[in-house]
Ligand binder design. Structure first.
Ligand code: NAP
Length: 289
């Protein structure tokens, strides 16, 4: 594929698109807020004023926007101008049901679609070391896999349409548990009068350690709540997890608890903070499950 497009230049999308340019691909980008596309123009990407102009010149289009409805709007704006067979690869985290709908809708119109959510956080996006869970046609995945290597340390086909997002939901359940373990442990250590930096290092280096300890622990020490992964996005994902859990009769009590804790911060107007701010809720005595 000579020409690729990237839609959604937020915390994740901007560095991912930058890696595509750095790997020598001919990249066209678009972002709803145009100013966020300027750094990509300086790196060598072509910036378009609207989505149809991007779709008209690309053989593959990568998206990293936000929710189900945002992906849907972007696809609707692109398909009238896209060439038959164009491959759309969605890196946003959506509900598995919506992903399945995108597969069906696009295939009826003669396009191809992969649901390809990512994990590894903003640090992984900047370093080009994301992990991708890909659902859809294996042949389409194999065709695009060399391009995905621009920002992924690991990209795997995990099943048919929607399976990538189902794997992402299972991932988010694990992420929520690790986040709670980190924040609860460090808030407890703080109240016990322990040295917080020492606690993070000692506990993080042992059986209690996790990716969250390594990457969010320093943000807790600095009380730096800039995203990262926003509370709004985490709660969006928990909503999708909850819906799917009901459909498949799965039990996710830990996820529901973490969601309630994050809801406290959202109600205080902090939806844009990073999820590690959950530490603040646990530090401020009063929350009872
Ligand atoms: P973000 O910083 O909030 O960026 C969201 C991007 O989507 C922005 O470029 C935004 O445009 C665009 N967008 C949202 N709604 C749109 C719409 N209706 N039409 C067109 N563009 C729209 O979010 P992010 O952290 O990069 O996350 C992006 C996706 O990746 C989400 O689905 C998230 O759950 C997932 N994800 C995030 C992380 C993470 O650590 N941040 C990790 C894994 C997965 P504007 O600039 O105009 O607002």
């Amino acid at each position: 594929m000579a020409k690729v497009g990237f839609v959604g230049l937020g915390v994740m999308g901007a560095p991912m698109a930058g890696h595509l340019v750095a790997h020598g691909h001919e990249v066209t980008v678009w972002n709803r807020t145009p100013s966020k596309a300027e750094p990509l123009r300086q790196l060598g990407a072509t910036v378009t004023a609207d989505l149809s102009a991007l779709a008209a010149v690309c053989e593959a289009v990568f998206l990293c926007v936000a929710r189900d409805e945002d992906v849907s709007q972007c696809l609707d704006a692109m398909t009238p101008a896209a060439s038959p067979g164009t491959l759309f690869v969605d890196h946003s985290t959506t509900s598995p049901g919506a992903a399945l709908g995108f597969h069906q809708r696009l295939s009826e119109k003669g396009f191809r679609f992969l649901d390809a959510p990512v994990t590894g956080g903003s640090m992984g996006a900047r370093a080009g070391t994301l992990t991708l869970f890909v659902g859809g046609s294996k042949a389409d995945f194999e065709e695009v896999a060399p391009i995905l290597q621009s920002y992924a340390k690991r990209a795997e086909h995990v099943g048919p349409g929607g399976a990538g997002q189902a794997m992402k939901m299972a991932n988010q359940i694990a992420v929520g548990g690790a986040l709670l373990g980190l924040c609860e442990s460090l808030a407890f250590a703080q109240k016990a009068g322990l040295d917080l930096a020492q606690a993070r290092e000692l506990i993080g280096g042992g059986a209690g350690g996790s990716w969250a300890f390594d990457h969010y622990g320093p943000k807790i020490l600095a009380r730096d709540w800039a995203p990262g992964f926003s509370i709004a996005h985490q709660r969006k994902d928990f909503g999708y997890c909850t819906d799917m859990a009901q459909t498949i009769n799965a039990s996710i009590p830990g996820t529901l608890l973490v969601d309630r804790l994050l809801e406290v911060l959202e109600a205080q107007g902090h939806a844009g903070w990073t999820t590690a701010a959950l530490y603040e809720v646990l530090l401020a005595k009063g929350f009872e499950p």
